[in-house]
Every structure is written in structure tokens, then in C-alpha cells.
Ligand binder design. Sequence first.
Ligand SMILES: Nc1ncnc2c1ncn2[C@@H]1O[C@H](COP(=O)(O)OP(=O)(O)OP(=O)(O)O)[C@@H](O)[C@H]1O
Length: 251
Amino acid sequence: MTSIAARVVDAVKVYGSGDTEVRALDGVSVDFAAGRFTAIMGPSGSGKSTLMHCAAGLDTLTSGEAHIGGTELGTLSDKRLTLLRRERVGFVFQAFNLLPTLTVAENITLPQDLSGVRGDSEWTDSLIDVVGLRDRLHHRPSELSGGQQQRVAVARAFASRPEVVFADEPTGNLDSRSGEEVLRLLGRAVRETDRTVVMVTHDPVAAAHADEVVFLADGRLVDRMEAPTAERVLDRLKAFDGHHRQPEVAT
Ligand SMILES: Nc1ncnc2c1ncn2[C@@H]1O[C@H](COP(=O)(O)OP(=O)(O)OP(=O)(O)O)[C@@H](O)[C@H]1O
């Protein structure tokens, strides 16, 4: 049986109220299988980031459930939720989010140092090779290219061997070559170290690195695609144009 790393059930997220109410998620149920690389795609405003944030425990649902492994996030106190995010979930953001005063090595082990957990140095060591940063370990982020900084962020996200790594537009600030490197890394981490990655992207080329793509439109899950190619993803997205796009300005 495939185990599920993360899932949401009947997820509803409403921002604001009255005239300004926005239903960012409108009853989404989706499983993210362990050991897989899944991309979340959809038009701008379709709810991709909201889904990721709620599935990862960075934000709470208005109704429905979000689970990481066997834990339902809605049952946790703020303190336990913080611990779960630190110990069981990894994050990669568009804006690298490295601490400028720390070295590459210190940035990678920061989450473990914060939680007082003794890291698995063999695992961290192998991650440094996977991301190709062995000769940069004592550099500061400002001495690295954007692509190298994002590779540090990827190593940091995997350092505590999290059950799932969530990546929000991880290539959004990178040129296409560095972006490609980061995507390959995420793919390698999933295949070679049996990790789970859930990535939000608007880029069909990025989504093609995933094992599967889930498509959102207007806060609903509308399709899933196995073994995606950039062309097939692009075709699927084009089908949304005119049909599902939310108006930019409410009338
Ligand atoms: N904090 C917030 N307050 C109010 N509305 C919000 C908030 N965050 C998101 N929304 C709204 O919820 C809807 C979904 O937003 P979300 O950012 O999840 O979409 P997205 O698919 O990630 O979009 P994009 O591709 O443009 O980043 C949008 O209509 C957005 O304006």
C-alpha cells in the first residue's frame, strides 16, 4: 500500500468576509503519496499557495482537515504545530530565506540546531554532495550565486529527513539554467533518498520534473496528470483559459 505523506480532506479556506470574501479553497481533497514528487499547478489566484500553506501547517483551514503523516494539524496546539513544522516538514521558498550572517554549513543545520536535535552527520554530509556545495561550506550566502543559495536552501529543507518538503515557486528567482539544476536536485532527492516533495509552480517546464501534477482552478482540484511533460501541462493549462479564470476585478 502506498503511504501518504500529506493530505487535505474537504479543504475550505475563506479569506475576509462579506463583500470582500474570497473562497481560496473550495472543497479540495488531495493525497500526496510518500516517495513522490508532486507539482501543484493552476492559473494565478487558483489557490496553489493557499493549498500548500494549509497542507504544511503554515496557515489554518476554515473547514476540512490537513494531515501530515498520521497527524491531523487542526488538533495540534500552536506549540506542537511549530514543532511539527520544524521536525517533520521542510520548506523551500522562492526567496531562498538564508541567514546572511551564517555560513553555508550553519544554514544547512540551522533547523536542527534550533530544535536541539542532534543531526545525522552522515546524512547531512551526503546532502552536501548531492547539492554540490562541498567547496562552499564556509562561505556566506552573499558570496554565492542565486542558484547556489537555493541549493543551500534545498539541503537545509532535507537536513532533518522530513516526511515532506514543500517548495513554493523554488525557481521563481532563478535563471533557467540554475532553476533546472534546482529542479533536478529535488527530483534526485525524491528518487535517490526516497523523500517526498510537493512543489507549487506556474512553470510547465518545472512541473515536468515532477512525477505527477495536480491542477487547481478557482479553488478546486480539477485534474491530475501522471508523468507530465511540459507540452502536456501547457495544453492542460490552456484549456483553463476562458473557462475557469477568475475575473481580475469583481463586478
Ligand atoms: N491573505 C489573504 N487575504 C485575502 N485574500 C487572499 C489572501 N491570500 C490569498 N488570497 C486570495 O485567495 C485566492 C488564492 O490565492 P493563492 O495565492 O493561493 O493563489 P495562487 O494560485 O497561489 O496564485 P499565484 O499563482 O498568483 O501565486 C486569490 O484570489 C487571492 O487573492
